[in-house]
Design a protein. Structure first.
Lengths: 353, 353
């Protein structure tokens, strides 16, 4: 599918962000939630900072301590055979059956502001920083849903007891109210619809299941945005396609004449992440009407193919103006970029079920 | 701890239950939710039925089909090296990283009735049977919370897309309303408190996490029993103890002068399941006050140590009368039994945090 990538891409890289923590380096400014506020476009960046180890034989794992409201560094020797360092994002305890023991970086949310959607200025300070016991390994991949004059910002909350989705809200991007964890673990990639449908709020979510099943997209309903239920399985993997190994919601769904359009990410088992589209029934978003046969965006530009974790395009938010879908996306778990897609092209590329 | 096991134990075994499906055998009548109704004690039994294979070289996996409202049998050859049959409960596809492909039996809920709590008569027909796409592998381990004149019955709903917790309600154990899945996958061992605390309903739940963490007990809140949020981690594993590998809620929590008492199950990595106690703050059940140092019940009787899955005591409900806690429990994933415990003994055995 035709995609117009901005000449300014990548729009932001780790070099554009000053570390918040002394002795850390910024390794990622990516997977930003998107909002418009006060005539500006806001990227709510996921900023990942990694402690710089003075000793090449030691890896430092950052852990937020809510009692001290500060970050502790856990020292792990690289020759400690209990640990596996092969995935640059995590430190795995090989004596445990599954999952990771530590992350190699701490993520939080920082705002970048722009008048034209292409040149962004990054705030000096974090916007939302870990503050809870369920956030000690950081907060990741924010999305923003505006309902009336309130912006709901929700993100993966990561800690040693699991990854769930927590939420804050703000009206002014200054004063923030924390609403706790709205989806318990193992869950991420939550997307709250921007309006009620037939009297209910809806959200997509992505359980990471262990007993049976695969990382696929579910939908839930709510009457207050805080408590969620009536969980239903929405969309699954597709064998041998670009979304054969894992899928999850991407951008906040938006209304079209044909249905709710959700731009989601799908990956292969080789961890190549593309973006595709799901079309959901306008009156009942738990019904899938159509789905992209081919991706709407693939990681082919240099800044998408190469980086901290290469071969990834991962959108958390779009701005829609008529036929133009400005899709902001994280590239290679490193930087932010934007591509404009034609809404008509996306709709024409759908395969109806 | 002293436990008085009924002389009639096991109270019910698979031999007491006629199969609902032609050509099936009952292999389990266990893990029953407990209710009192019309002067009787009800066990809401989990009945597990297994198709009898006419060919020893073929395993039959039962799958409920919601479109046909019937059970299909999937034939799997025992010499098919893609599958592992070593766990008698499940059939594992070894080409997939984790989880099972099929269950070897189909579970549903059937009522057993008693005047004296010791001699039970089993209904001829199922009480709650799979009826939804999220229940095609069966429904398991029901619990019952009575609030006013309504009985809320909730259970693990198992299907190829995951295990979550679904709920029905009834006022008369005849007419049943289905409320859908109240906790999305991977989740089980939900326990809804029998009254609001400070204006909120509370429930324990047990996510099965994959990315990071362990099978531990969480707590959530609600204002309508259908939608749940503000998830918090409540209680974790304890190294080298009887609850070192997995824990989950057991019986419906009940109010004592000292706090909410939750009788939960804990297991070792060798899958030995015991029952223990958690004491939660009366005004804020997300606070753990105390926890059993030693189990309140261990699988030592013959019918607990031996069976379809031996070494298991697993309670889903109790009846409390003064100091007497009548703990009904599944034994060895096969039968039902009851032991009377002293409430004072349980409280005296708690270790305060």
């Amino acid at each position: 599918m035709k995609a117009y990538r901005y000449e300014q891409n990548p729009l932001l890289t780790p070099l554009d962000v000053k570390p918040h923590h002394a002795g850390f380096e910024v390794i990622g400014a990516f997977n930003a939630g998107i909002a418009t506020y006060g005539g500006e476009i806001f990227m709510l960046l996921r900023v990942a900072e990694r402690p710089i180890s003075p000793n090449p034989g030691i890896v430092l794992a950052p852990v937020y301590d809510p009692d001290k409201n500060g970050v502790e560094l856990v020292e792990i020797r690289k020759d400690d055979t209990r640990y596996d360092f092969s995935d640059p994002r995590v430190i795995v305890d090989v004596t445990v059956g599954s999952g990771f023991a530590y992350l190699t970086s701490l993520s939080y949310i920082r705002i970048a502001r722009s008048k034209d959607g292409r040149r962004f200025a990054v705030d000096d300070k974090p916007f939302v920083y870990p503050s809870q016991r369920l956030e000690t390994f950081g907060i990741e991949d924010p999305r923003v849903t505006q309902i009336g004059d309130t912006y709901y910002v929700y993100f993966s909350a990561v800690s040693p007891v699991g990854i769930g989705e927590s939420m804050v809200s703000t009206k002014d991007f200054v004063n923030v109210t924390h609403h706790g964890m709205i989806f318990g673990p193992d869950n991420k990639d939550v997307l709250i619809f921007p309006e009620k449908v037939n009297g209910k709020y809806y959200a997509l979510h992505r359980p990471t299941v262990k007993s049976v099943g695969y990382p696929e997209i579910w939908i839930a309903e709510s009457d207050n945005l805080l408590y969620w239920g009536n969980h239903k399985h929405l969309a699954g993997l597709r064998g041998d396609m670009w979304d054969s190994a894992r899928i999850g919601g991407g951008a906040v769904p938006f209304r079209t004449e044909k249905g709710w359009l959700e731009l989601y990410h799908g990956a292969t088992k080789e961890h190549r992440y593309c973006m595709g589209a799901l079309l959901l029934d306008l009156d009942d978003p738990s019904k899938v009407i159509a789905r992209s046969g081919v991706p709407v965006l693939e990681p082919i530009a240099d800044y998408e193919a190469n980086g901290f974790f290469g071969g990834v395009v991962f959108s958390c938010g779009v701005i829609v103006e008529g036929d133009v879908v400005k899709m902001y996306y994280g590239a290679a778990d490193t930087s932010m970029a934007c591509a404009e897609l034609s809404l008509q092209d996306i709709l024409d590329g759908l395969v109806y079920l």
